[in-house]
Ligand binder design. Structure first.
Ligand code: PLP
Length: 394
């Protein structure tokens, strides 16, 4: 018999994954090219060549005892130093290897943060719509996820409601920009005001509130959009990063945390996170891919591919009469469901072989998420199906 807590977690287990499995089944019945699967955020652009070149070179030339061995729980010092140097160059910071922890992707980074900071009953505030797994990551440590309702005009965080919902139990605020599922980039103005509120509330309650910024899509922005560097705005900021999307390496499980020396109780926090990395069972981030990303910090996959998908899909859907938020980043399009029950809309879409995900999983009912990290042909071929869907629902 499994434990009570897992019973609930299995029951609520990801609707996105279920949709993906259904897509696989449909593809077998109708043929791969006749199913338009926009359900999963799995990158479909190959990693840059530098990744394969680094793997090859490391396997041929690196001391295998180093390449495959244990290292400090926080990661190879050379990798942490390279990450710190790269951040310093880009954001004019002064980080060293002692500010970086290599993690098993962003997912483990967030788990390490919450393992280290949350007492049972502590609150983590996040802004809808948000990555659905946040519920699980907070529940893992018996924290309470407090949701701020979405601002469906701008999809920037609603800061009045935020200020009102901060309590003496608020330990963390979790933000994600460029955002999954909207593609919206939070503005500098948003962070400025958020920091003001947080500083006031820390004083009012005599507490420390850590702002945790989850940034797997940092480099995935289009045009001249800039993603603000959050530690510039608020002292108690912890950054979580992942190479899953920027280098198209989601299966390799590699990312990092940045814990600036300026955060409250830095030494204690950094040490706790190193221990958390170990005792949660990750032990350390995968050794070979630490050394690979160390050599590929200036690289990204071909972003023009996603930009082309975004433009064609956004133009196509808005021309058909759908209301969409134009994404500045990531590879998701958030579309208003033409009927109030967006789950029913997703079911109707399925009849036209279009697989999209209801917004309620992201804390934003009435909307659907379309993951456009698919082939360009899928985008083009799906548009007549969307036309039929529009005829039926608009
Ligand atoms: N955070 C957000 C917002 C995501 O969209 C994802 C993955 O889709 C993750 C975290 C987890 O990423 P990783 O593969 O690095 O664990």
């Amino acid at each position: 018999m499994i434990c009570e807590k897992m019973v609930g977690l299995v029951k609520g287990s990801s609707a996105i994954r279920a949709m993906f499995e259904e897509g696989r089944k449909m593809a077998k019945i109708y043929g791969e090219e006749n199913v338009y699967d926009f359900s999963l955020g799995n990158p479909n652009v190959a990693p840059p060549n530098a990744v394969a070149e680094s793997v090859e070179d490391l396997i041929r030339n690196e001391d295998p005892m180093h390449l495959h061995g244990y290292m400090s729980n926080t990661g190879f010092e050379s990798t942490r130093k390279a990450v710190a140097d790269s951040l310093n160059k880009r954001f004019h910071t002064h980080y060293g290897p002692e500010n970086v922890i290599m993690t098993v992707g962003a997912a483990s980074g967030l788990n390490v943060v919450f393992r280290s900071l949350l007492n049972p009953g502590d609150e983590v505030i996040t802004f809808a719509p948000f990555f659905a797994e946040y519920r699980n990551y907070v529940a893992n440590y018996d924290g309470v996820l407090v949701e701020i309702s979405p601002d469906t005009e701008t999809f920037q965080p609603k800061l009045d409601e935020f200020a009102a919902k901060i309590t003496a139990r608020t330990r963390c605020v979790l933000v994600n920009s460029p955002n999954n599922p909207t593609g919206v980039v939070y503005s500098a103005q948003t962070y400025r005001k958020m920091a003001e509120i947080l500083n006031e509330k820390q004083k009012e309650f005599g507490t420390q509130i850590y702002l945790v910024t989850d940034e797997p899509y940092r480099e995935l922005v289009y045009g001249d959009v800039e993603v603000p560097f959050v530690p510039d705005f608020y002292q108690n900021t912890i950054v979580g990063y992942s190479f899953s999307k920027s280098l198209s390496l989601p299966g390799e499980r590699i990312g990092y945390l940045v814990i600036p020396s300026e955060v409250d109780d830095y030494e204690e926090v950094y040490a706790a996170m190193g221990v958390a990395n170990r005792i949660l069972g990750y032990v350390n981030a995968p050794s070979m891919f630490q050394l690979v990303v160390e050599r590929c910090l200036e690289e990204t996959t071909d972003l023009s591919y996603y930009e082309q998908n975004r433009n064609t899909l956004y133009d196509g859907l808005t021309k058909l009469g759908f209301t969409c938020i134009k994404p500045d980043g990531a590879f998701y399009l958030f579309m208003k469901s033409p009927i109030a029950d967006e789950k029913a809309f997703c079911e109707t879409a399925k009849k036209h072989h279009i697989l999209i995900v209801p917004g309620s999983g992201f804390g934003c009912p009435g909307y659907v998420r379309i993951a456009y990290c698919v082939s360009y042909e899928t985008i083009i071929n799906s548009l007549p199906a969307f036309e039929k869907l529009a005829a039926e629902t608009l």
